[in-house]
Ligand binder design. Sequence first.
Ligand code: CP3
Length: 342
Amino acid sequence: MNDRFLRACRREPVDRTPVWFMRQAGRYMAEYRALRTKHTLLELCRTPELALEVTMQPLRAFAFDAAILFADILLPLAPMGASFEFAKGEGPVIHEPIRTRAQIDALRVIDPREDLAYVLEAVRLIRREIDGKTPLIGFAGGPFTLASYLVEGGRSSHFVLTKKLMYSDPESWHALCRTLSAVVLALLDAQIDAGAQAVQLFDSWVGQLSPDDYETFVAPHMRGILQPLMKRGVPVIHFGTGTATLLEAQRDAGGTVIGVDWRTPLDDAWRRLGDGVAVQGNMDPTLLLAPRDVLLKGAKRVLDKAANRNGHIFNLGHGILPETPVENVAAVVDFVHEASTR
Ligand code: CP3
């Protein structure tokens, strides 16, 4: 089995730097777009055979060193009682955004084994298909990021309603995060039981907060998820964006691997994080839209800053963009492998 990714998570020596991309399955691939003409995104997520197929598409096309389960961080919200849809061109739309304490108290702590059985079945199918070849990463969203969708009702630029809840009714904020954390921990636990060989917690929007607010409103909940997970013996990747001022606090909350976005140079991030964690990142995904020489220079800059140190996983600083040309993905993946050969 190609265990470069798992070895790097454990900071063991590798023959080449492992590489995978967040959102590596998706619209930039013609195979994915073809399936999407026949099925909605939620159908793909809720049909284990289709989730398996979509998970495999990027692995067939590129030399990625890890697979990531095809699902979405928002899937738990519907059985919890917050129905939503993915509206064309708008992203997620929560039908009844959270505005009252009664709505928070009404959210159900689901049992993922029953309420998200299709996600766990997809994990088992993918493991059966790729076992012995590539490790499988499971994932869920962080409580701040999930709460922001529930409260804002969809995507947001300034997170005004989320922060207003936090500042004006901290008790309700913490109640909401406790419920979300219980669900996220149970879901990741169940994914590990079903065969996920690593898990990533996407706290994508937490960089909206100051370090003080992170400590007060988010860190306790992240610790409550990450600390028990780290006892499961599989690598736990702790990811966020816009986190230049939060890296130490994120590390202290937990994670075997810290995901870093492109705004922080990888060597600076690593110096601050210290030797106790592996580091994942951090090329700007927009570089994949640049001319080939600019793109490969960008990839080389990331590799140079990592300097073949044990514990680097090459990734983008955030998800791959739908406009990305597939030949650029192939070029970067192959370049990373060649340029990092020990
Ligand atoms: O990485 C992978 O290949 C696995 C699949 C995956 C999806 N969503 C499928 C998806 C993963 C890891 C996610 C995580 C996710 N979902 C996050 C955290 C990661 C990040 O990017 O910060 C967030 C914030 C979401 C919520 C979400 N789902 C949004 C905001 C959107 C709309 C985005 C858009 O560009 O339209 C989605 C839709 C979604 N989830 C798509 C995919 C492939 C878009 C594709 C489609 O409509 O077919």
